[in-house]
Design a protein around this ligand. Structure first.
Ligand code: GLP
Length: 242
């Protein structure tokens, strides 16, 4: 069952997400599942502002990121490792050893998938933050992926690579073709999930997630089976479900 929250603008969407984040941060050792993309950036800014003005401590926080591009080094300006450090980690006091991001630069990616899933299995994610791709993907689980998938390597769809080309000088050829991603089954183990989506280009994917048939054609529709998902939308992203 989805709890759907619709807010008037991106700042209010981010505030709604932050309210849920703040309640989880009161736990003794919060375990956060974190996402990249533009959707959670407003939430991350609010976490940083709260850390600075209210001294909210992150020293006991443990994080797991959803995914990473394959074939670019960690220090590439568009790696998710770089994104997370620039947009969140560099401004908080999470000990570096508590931060988990899958590696996309390993020779043996199968071994890296197994290692990441094994590390994940030692924890239960208290709050998983998700965005959604315009093709209905969550993390980098593209249409057709198995609902039973654990951390795995995924070939990116043309649509996803086109959407993400804006981060690569608008050149689709620069966008990696594959990624390592937590699987749908890995994501479903989280106790609580929030999905943040804004803009008209997400309206169809949001419809598929909330109202569409449960099908791997829209990977996010698996969330219909989770009992604690809050979907936080602006009016444009919500336009097909209201
Ligand atoms: C990427 C990420 C996803 C993210 C999606 C949407 O492909 N792997 O985790 O949800 O894009 O991104 P945005 O929030 O920028 O629209």
């Amino acid at each position: 069952m989805f709890n759907v929250v619709i807010a008037d603008d991106y700042d209010l969407v981010s505030s709604e997400a932050f309210k849920i984040m703040r309640s989880v941060l009161t736990k003794e050792k919060p375990v956060l599942g974190l996402a990249t993309g533009s959707s959670p950036v407003g939430l991350y800014k609010k976490m940083i502002a709260d850390h600075k003005s209210n001294n909210t401590s992150y020293k006991n926080v443990i994080t797991f990121n959803l995914d990473e591009y394959i074939g670019i080094p960690r220090n590439h300006e568009q790696s998710y490792y770089t994104f997370m450090h620039e947009n969140l980690f560099d401004s908080l006091n999470i000990p570096e050893e508590n931060i988990h991001i899958p590696r996309g630069d390993c020779e043996d990616m199968e071994a890296e998938c197994a290692r990441y899933e094994e590390e994940l299995s030692k924890y239960v994610i208290d709050l998983q933050v998700l965005g959604i791709g315009s093709d209905g993907h969550i993390a980098f689980n593209e249409p057709g992926v198995s609902f039973d998938s654990l951390t795995h390597v995924m070939e990116l769809t043309e649509q996803t690579r086109r959407d993400n080309a804006r981060f690569f000088d608008d050149d689709i050829n620069e966008v990696p073709t594959h990624a390592i991603t937590m699987g749908l089954a890995s994501i479903m183990k989280a106790s609580k999930i929030i999905v943040i989506a804004t803009g008209a280009n997400k309206a169809d994917a949001v419809y598929g997630m909330v109202k569409g048939p449960k099908s791997s054609d829209c990977p996010a529709s698996i969330l219909q089976d989770h009992d604690d998902v809050t979907v936080i939308l602006d009016n444009d992203a919500a336009s097909r479900i209201i």
